[in-house]
Design a protein around this ligand. Structure first.
Ligand SMILES: [Zn+2]
Length: 370
């Protein structure tokens, strides 16, 4: 990376770079969404040794200037363990073991470090829980005051975790989209929006999962399956694999698969029926609260990555999610319901999967009540 936000990021609308200061969540010129430029990712000859302080070993591949200290809490370097599935072993990337209990920490460490370096002292964020907890944790480390808008129905442990880090929790009645609207009201009044979705910084952090997978497997995965909410995780993964391919570390991008809850499945609907199918999508109730997103901001980017890799989007029903959560816990991997969606998807996707198969376990079991 150049470490220069005007070079590493670009607006999807007009192509401008991210301004050096002010931390807008959308392009000030055209209102477009910023993204991380794939070609901006430059991988070093070799990574530093694991255990050198979280994502520090990937420092030069992150969209941060060289003089920005990384506010690490020891994120990343998560284990890859195999579980038995009916047909073959499945590699589980245990992102639930990150410092605040979810993969979000890989993105937050980049965003929070950039915010602190820019002198930002107060931020707002909205979240179904995991991104809010992650932001609250890193903000606490940096002495940044955080206010997090969460749906009033968000799981108790996540809300308590956000508050425990000293962040202010604003519970917003109604579905997830109401919390998103509430935070935009605060942003209009001048608050800095430390959004894990709008801000493009986190994408460079999520890409590090791809670097670790290739290192741990000793080759590229054949298929990677992950839950899809806003689409940032799948898109970030694809950026990482693209960079690995461009640098000759893998021969091809693995097939990427996304999983949504049937109750709220906009990316699946567009994958199956085109953009017009979005009109029929509901923001239905689901235990997979982390992917209950009716209007995914990076849905198009994630879908393009999935379809470009010869992957697919799958949906699972509520009873499958609960059953998979129990099954995984009985196999020793305790996950929140949102993360459990990947397991039943293995059956539906079986004919399309190429070995080795990786599922991303995004969040910890203690995040959600039983
Ligand atoms: Zn623009």
């Amino acid at each position: 990376m150049t470490g220069d936000p005007s070079q590493d990021f670009r607006c999807l609308g007009c192509g401008r770079g991210h301004p050096a200061d002010g931390f807008p969540h959308l392009c000030p010129a055209c209102g477009g969404l910023f993204t991380l430029r794939p070609e901006a990712i430059s991988l070093p000859e070799s990574w530093g040794p694991p255990g050198e302080g979280g994502l520090y070993r990937f420092r030069t591949a992150l969209p941060l200037a060289a003089d920005v200290p990384l506010a690490t809490l020891g994120e990343g370097n998560t284990p890859l363990v195999t579980l038995k599935h009916d047909r073959w072993p499945v590699f589980c990337k245990l992102e639930n073991l990150n410092p605040t209990g979810s993969y979000k920490d890989r993105g937050t460490v980049v965003l929070a470090s950039a915010l602190a370096h820019a002198g930002v002292r107060q931020v707002v964020e909205d979240s179904s829980g995991n991104a809010g907890a992650s932001l609250a944790g890193y903000a606490a480390r940096l002495g940044i005051a955080a206010r997090v808008y969460v749906p009033a129905a968000a799981s108790g442990p996540k809300r308590q975790q956000i508050a425990a880090y000293g962040a202010e929790v604003v519970a917003v009645p109604g579905p997830r989209s109401m919390a998103a609207e509430a935070v935009l009201g605060a942003v209009e009044l001048g608050a800095v929006y430390a959004s894990h979705v709008y801000q493009p910084h986190a994408l460079g952090g999520y890409a590090t999962i791809a670097y670790e997978l290739v290192e741990q497997l000793g080759r590229g995965p054949g298929s990677v399956i992950a839950p899809v909410g806003h689409g940032s995780l799948l898109f970030g993964l694809s950026l990482g694999f693209e960079a690995l391919k461009r640098h000759g570390r893998i021969n091809r991008i693995p097939r990427l698969f996304g999983v949504q809850a049937a109750a709220c499945a906009p990316v699946w609907a567009v994958h199956r029926g085109g953009a017009a199918a979005l009109l029929l999508v509901a923001e239905g109730e689901t235990v997979a609260e982390g992917i209950r997103v009716r209007s995914p901001l990076r849905g198009d980017q994630a879908l393009a990555a999935v379809e470009g890799s010869r992957g697919a989007i799958s949906v699972v029903e509520e009873e499958q999610i609960e059953a998979a959560r129990r099954h995984l816990a009985l196999a020793g991997v305790d996950v929140e319901p949102t993360s459990a969606v990947v397991w039943p998807a293995l059956d539906e996707l079986a004919e399309s999967l190429e070995q080795p198969v990786v599922v991303v376990i995004t969040g910890a079991g203690w995040k959600a009540p039983r």
